[in-house]
Ligand binder design. Sequence first.
Ligand SMILES: [Zn+2]
Length: 77
Amino acid sequence: MFMYDLTVYLSLPPYLNSVAVADELHMIFECPALQAVRQQYAPLFSTDTNTMRSFFAQQDHMQVFKFVLDCLDVFHI
Ligand SMILES: [Zn+2]
């Protein structure tokens, strides 16, 4: 679903090395380090948008894009 592979850009902080942070699914839906960002974009997360396909296919593309950028910011990318 991504235009590029996030794993190329993610340099993992040491405390997260054991987790699959580089995985896009983990970043979007699971990473505890990004819970605050997810709350900030709460409207993007519903039972209708709980898969990678539906998440990126939802109406508000700009919000999805900003969410991903904010997630990357957390990892200082
Ligand atoms: Zn994580």
